[in-house]
Write a protein that binds this ligand. Structure first.
Ligand code: SAH
Length: 257
């Protein structure tokens, strides 16, 4: 089936050096680069995967962005969680279609989009009004109205409590997740999962102490190392550079009736 680009679609243009550019296609629009420009009308109507040429003859491959592409290119205020951690979070927090999830804070919405795309119903608690709107805009832009209907963001401080009950999952990316543990005990149903992403190991220690003193058990902390490889003929070896650290993922389950 042909998947032609239409006006209003998003296209990812990839040049010969594998540099990526995100473009919102509109009639009459132009994408400018050092190699001249590409008319959006050259892309509108062609099939996904086609190659278009700039005015100076440089080729660009046009595909629709994946969620990972979009997360790395979308408007960001707060630091986002990277795709290498977003995937494992879905598994470690056991996100499923229809899961009732509290997420806090929502930042730019990278994690929100990942949870929503896995089918969850997400309530976000975010203290900053501007981030709350940016997250909503990013969700609407990439996932559309169907996902927006499963996404509610409230501007509030998660450390002060969680009003929801019988939640399936709580996913945290904020500075002091241990402050949320006592609220999570009330808000999750027994068997529910809490997961927190924290950049520093000092945060892990404080969170694990709070979990130890709570009804949570089965706690585990992991880090995800993703090392890409250079594959070119006989030269096959790990890339010289890697993102060696982003954050730790700590997850635990609420026990007791
Ligand atoms: N996971 C997000 C990034 C979150 S950044 C993403 O992938 O895009 C951390 C966010 O937590 C920031 O937006 C910050 O404003 C928010 N935050 C910090 N403390 C908070 C609190 N006590 N309650 C709610 N949100 C909080």
């Amino acid at each position: 089936m042909s998947r032609q680009f239409r006006a209003g679609d998003r296209a990812l243009l990839i040049d010969q050096k594998k540099r990526r550019y995100l473009v919102n296609l509109r009639p009459g629009g132009q994408f400018h680069s050092h190699a001249g420009y590409v008319e959006h009308d050259q892309i509108i109507g062609v099939g996904e995967g086609a190659t278009v040429r700039s005015t100076k003859g440089s080729p660009y491959v046009a595909v629709r962005p994946t969620l990972a592409d979009f997360v790395l290119k979308m408007p960001r205020g707060a630091q986002v969680i990277y795709p290498k951690d977003l995937g494992p979070i879905l598994m470690l927090a056991d996100i499923f279609p229809g899961a009732r999830v509290l997420e806090s804070g929502v930042g730019s919405g990278a994690l929100s989009m990942t949870l929503l795309r896995a089918g969850a119903e997400v309530t976000g608690y975010e203290i900053r009004d501007d981030f709350a709107s940016r997250a909503r805009n990013n969700v609407a832009a990439f996932l559309g109205d169907e996902a927006l209907a499963r996404y509610r963001v409230e501007v509030r401080d998660c450390y002060e409590g969680i009003d929801l009950r019988d939640l399936d999952r709580i996913v945290l990316d904020l500075p002091e997740p241990w402050q949320v543990v006592k609220h999570a005990e009330l808000a999750l149903h027994p068997g529910g999962v809490l997961l927190a992403y924290t950049p520093s190991v000092v945060q892990v220690m404080q969170l694990r102490e709070a979990l130890d003193a709570s009804r949570f058990d089965l706690a585990e902390t992991v880090e995800v190392l993703s090392r890409s490889w250079h594959v070119d003929g006989q030269a096959v070896r790990p890339d010289h550079r890697m993102v060696a650290h982003t954050g730790f993922l700590t997850h635990a389950r609420l026990l007791g009736g």
